[in-house]
Design a protein around this ligand. Structure first.
Ligand code: CTP
Length: 410
């Protein structure tokens, strides 16, 4: 069902990215009303916003007075998203000003409010902005952490607007669950693996799997926006945009992934193993491309077992080598067979792996892999089980993070 979304646009160069965001919302079936500030119109014209949203665009409170737009738009919205939110806009919102249509709308909104800041690093780190962000968060607004990277000109650092796809995913999460992004992971270090490993056969070929990395990326995104310091180990996930505010480490094979996890787990409070790690690798890797017809033409591929990364972390913690690690989360993609259904295999895997939480997905028939929606179960070592209802991978991620927060508190 389409919702009513107000998209506020403040005056920064990232205003051009608001156009993609508006597109994503309308394509998802939502009704969008765009409210730019006067200075935003220096970057993108009103006609562009009107064409993209199919709705009139105004910046002040004195246009269309009988409509009482400055009160109505806020009251009727299901969600207000401000992207980009500049330092000035955050200051005006924190001060409770109502000197244009956007700030008036923020004061009358009953719906969740999501600010996606974008500005120069100095402005983001300035104590005035830091205080304004804290004020807005204390009042219940969600203020995203910006991405780090190239800014206008030659500068680089935190202050980039998160990608429109990421803002849209987090906005969708707030429409599903208004309370999904509390800052309850501040000060926690979370290590997350995502994607599918590739086991080389020769310099050109590999044995891989169909994991896209989307579920692990969604967990990283939600955990980071809940305040955690996230390191995301991506196995062959270059097709996906880096989540904002997350440290990325890229790996290829299961051995590289295992080595990186081993190096990073002593620092981590939680380990989330969403990557599909190959259980086997070819015994021999040819140094040159294998040719058909050559003497060396292979007739079979001999395999050897890879280490189980998850089981290693569980064992290391049991031996007292990872005293910080309070939550170990595994994933299981199951099809069910003659021996039992998906849940039967999930319960058995939780016992066998010894992790604290296991996310169980049904796979096959186009389910789970490479798609944006997912469903399953969350099984805990204490025997509790909950259903993960059909929904976006971001919604599923938020349920997984909830359970993880529970373990970290315990
Ligand atoms: N995993 C891992 N190291 C491996 C294989 C898997 O850490 N070498 C992790 C995965 O990241 C996932 C969990 O273990 O979190 C379950 O993966 P799965 O492939 O379902 O487990 P297997 O032990 O390989 O189970 P199966 O008996 O189904 O092969």
């Amino acid at each position: 069902m389409g919702k009513r979304i107000v998209v506020g646009v403040a005056g920064g160069i990232a205003a051009y990215k608001a156009c993609s965001l508006i597109r994503l919302f309308t394509e998802a079936g939502h009704q969008v009303r765009v409210i730019p500030t006067e200075s935003a119109l220096n970057f993108v014209g009103a006609a562009t916003f009107e064409a993209l949203s199919g709705q009139p665009v105004q910046t002040g409170v004195f246009a269309d007075v009988p409509e009482v737009a400055h009160v109505r738009l806020g009251q009727q919205a299901d969600l207000v998203v401000v992207a980009p939110a500049t330092a000035d806009l955050l200051a005006r919102a924190a001060a409770g000003r109502a000197d244009d249509l956007l700030t008036a709308t923020l004061l009358t909104a009953h719906a969740p409010v999501l600010f996606a800041p974008a500005m120069h690093t100095e402005m983001w780190l300035h104590p005035a902005t830091v205080e304004n962000v804290a004020t807005l968060r204390r009042r219940g607004a969600v203020v995203l952490d910006p991405a780090a990277g190239r800014l206008t000109g030659t500068d680089s650092g935190p202050g980039r607007l998160p990608e429109p796809e990421e803002i849209a995913a987090l906005a969708g999460l707030l429409l599903d669950r208004a309370d999904a992004l509390p800052r309850d992971l501040t000060g926690r270090k979370i290590l997350i693996t995502a994607g599918g490993t590739r086991e080389p056969l020769d310099p050109v070929r590999f044995i891989g799997n169909r994991s896209s990395g989307k579920q692990g990326y969604a967990v990283a995104r939600v955990a980071a926006q809940r305040g955690a310091e996230v390191t995301l180990i991506g196995a062959n996930t270059r097709a996906l945009a880096d989540p904002a505010g997350v440290e990325m480490v890229r790996v290829g094979s299961a051995a590289e992934l295992a080595e990186t996890v081993a190096k990073r787990t002593p620092e981590a409070d939680a380990l989330v193993m969403a990557a599909a790690v190959a259980d086997f690798r070819p015994t021999r890797v040819a140094g040159a491309k294998m040719k058909k017809g050559a003497d060396s033409e292979p007739s079979a591929i001999e395999l050897v077992r890879n280490d189980d990364v998850l089981a290693t972390a569980v064992a290391d913690r049991a031996d007292g080598r990872l005293p910080r690690l309070s939550a170990i989360v595994g994933f299981a993609a199951e099809t069910g067979d003659a021996a039992g259904d998906v849940l039967f295999h999930g319960r058995a895997k939780l016992r066998r792996k010894g992790c604290d939480l296991l996310v169980v997905n049904a796979v096959g028939d186009g389910k789970a892999f490479e798609v944006d929606h997912n469903a399953g179960w969350l099984l805990a070592a204490d025997g509790s089980e909950s259903v993960l209802e059909q929904g976006s991978k971001t919604l599923m991620a938020s349920r997984i993070v909830d359970a993880m927060v529970g373990l970290l508190r315990a």
